[in-house]
Design a protein around this ligand. Sequence first.
Ligand code: ATP
Length: 389
Amino acid sequence: MTDELPRTDAAADSVGDTQFAAGEPLLRIEGVAKRFGTFRAVDGVSLDIKSGEFFALLGPSGCGKTTLLRMLAGFEAPDQGRILLGGKDIAQALPHERPINMMFQNYALFPHLAVRDNIAFGLKRAGMARADIATRVAEMVALVKLDGLEKRKPDQLSGGQRQRVALARALARRPQLLLLDEPLAALDKKLRESTQGELMELQRRLGMTFIIVTHDQEEAMTMASRIGVMRDGKLAQVASPRELYEAPRSRWIAEFVGDINLFDGESKLRDGHRLVIGTRDAGALVVAEPREPVGAGKFSVAIRPEKVKLSRRGPVREAGHETAINQLDGVIADVCYLGGTTTYKVKLDAGGMLQASVANSARLDVDAYGLNQPVVAWFTPDDCVVLPS
Ligand code: ATP
């Protein structure tokens, strides 16, 4: 977070009409690092962002997301590395000289200025003609649906309306790249969800490049086409939402993104494209061979709760197979009804605990399981991810 109020709208044109070759990324971050004293807030980040992308930086509090964004906007200087926009190093460009704008977590609106003057601020500062400013402000007001509220001051607006003013102000100078630091954090859940859709629609319509910082994984998954997960100043994985969720690269990412069952074990034997991993808490599990082949050693088997199916005790037939390959006996130890789904905790006979998330596809609870009911929990080898321990 930051307090540089007047600068937030200050994208200017000196680097503004950046030209770049087809295929070249709009933004290239090369080995960027930033220390505060001895603390490495950003620790050697490299990343390419394509023009028109909606990219999310996701990570726990303090992992360096905002610091990275501030370096892109020019509010912090990297200690190491380069930031190239359209192939041009922007290290020396001041924030208002970059065709990049940043929308701040706290919106940073001027409390004494009306909505239209907040939106016009950066345009005036850049010396745009009055008539053009009026046209642009009207355009922005219509774009973010603030019609009729132009004369109000920020304290006469709701949180959602303030968020729109901040967005209109950030977009007014048509930056090539818009950085959004937790733009929806102040909104309640319903408003957040509808605004997520509006932001995506706006980004598509304007054909702009957005980088959003969030610590809310659902938000990142909903909006972004690619997500960079940061941990301790480093990029731990950059992938599409689906890849991040279904093929996490490490235990840490698997646990950070969504809920997951993890069983530690050792690779026992290979059977064609399958591995058998002996686990302490769930017995032997048959898993599909990962894309990058694994040798002998210690592994964790990861299974998302919605991949786990439950059946009453007895042999389980899986489509295409005589019996399901991974069948674990257990009893229901906890039931949590969540409306659309029910989460069951199954105490496995092998000793561990397994979470299953079951869609409530019938209104009546004919398929529900009760506490202490014996069940079989089962899943396919393809539903398992093998991760280094
Ligand atoms: P959050 O989600 O809580 O906003 P973040 O991932 O955006 O966190 P940053 O704001 O980038 O994290 O901060 C990264 C680390 O650098 C934190 O530990 C923070 O305390 C530290 N830090 C940030 N700015 C400064 C500063 N000006 N001086 C010293 N330390 C700082």
